[in-house]
Design a protein around this ligand. Structure first.
Ligand SMILES: C[S@@+](CC[C@H](N)C(=O)[O-])C[C@H]1O[C@@H](n2cnc3c(N)ncnc32)[C@H](O)[C@@H]1O
Length: 229
């Protein structure tokens, strides 16, 4: 695993506070969870689960589902494991590039990856791994920033990340590196059309993108795809 999960270790205890200050963060994760369109008793993997905010969204939307959650940061997972959701989900320490090595064997009816695919060292290889973990007909949702297709989205993202997220993140966690990386990596990530094409190349079908509201409109998206039945 590259050095990123270690950077998340350093902000883990403050992560949820920063997320609470971000209007729409929890609601949008719930939207992505429900856009998976899964049945009541689905088996679901939350890849790059962090402190479990995305796992909580899955638990809200699918109260009877079997939940698995994986992250490479021991610090983020330690926060997740102190929450009530830890009674609902199996949390695993591991690399999203090789979830099976950590015990996430599948097959899953659904995979949610929220703010994860932008951060892995090889997105195509990671997508191939996600597809291989899905049951036939299973659904994946990549909840992610993507601004490259729109000048307005790039402008809003640069303003929000530079003027709000970076100073607030620094004030709350005492380190700015991760927030600088966030700003940069979002600007460098695929546009909506490029990421949809990447999903199709990886073998996903029924690829579509759904929007968020608030300041995240045109900036954060649910990228959805399915494994052929
Ligand atoms: C921005 S957080 C998102 C957490 C959660 N999904 C949410 O929506 O709140 C990104 C997470 O990805 C994890 N991560 C980064 N690279 C990873 C990798 N290669 N394997 C597993 N987790 C990784 C980090 O440790 C971090 O917890």
């Amino acid at each position: 695993v590259n050095g990123l999960p270690q950077a998340f270790d350093r902000v883990a205890e403050r992560y949820d506070l920063l997320a609470r200050l971000n209007p729409g963060y929890h609601k949008h994760l719930s939207w992505s969870a429900s856009r998976l369109g899964l049945g009541r008793r689905a088996r679901i993997l939350d890849l790059c689960c962090g402190t479990g905010l995305s796992t909580e969204a899955l638990a809200r939307v699918y109260p009877d589902a079997e939940l698995w959650a994986l992250d490479a940061s021991p610090g983020m997972l330690a926060v997740a494991c102190r929450k009530p959701v830890s009674a609902r989900a199996r949390f695993l320490l591991g690399d999203a590039m090789d979830p099976r090595a950590a015990g996430a064997l599948g097959p899953y009816d659904g995979v949610l990856m929220a703010y994860g695919i932008r951060n892995v060292p090889d997105a195509d290889r990671c997508l191939a791994g996600v597809l291989s973990l899905l049951a036939p007909g299973g659904a994946a949702c990549f909840h992610e920033y993507s601004v490259a297709d729109s000048a307005q989205s790039r402008l809003v993202w640069s303003a929000v990340s530079g003027l709000v997220i970076l100073p607030l993140g620094y004030a709350l966690s005492g380190t700015a590196d991760l927030y600088r990386y966030l700003r940069r990596s979002v600007l460098a990530f695929d546009g909506v059309r490029a990421f949809e094409a990447r999903l199709r190349r990886a073998g996903f079908t029924d690829v579509r993108t759904e929007p968020m509201d608030g300041w995240q409109r045109g900036i954060v998206h649910s990228f959805l795809g399915r494994k052929r039945a």
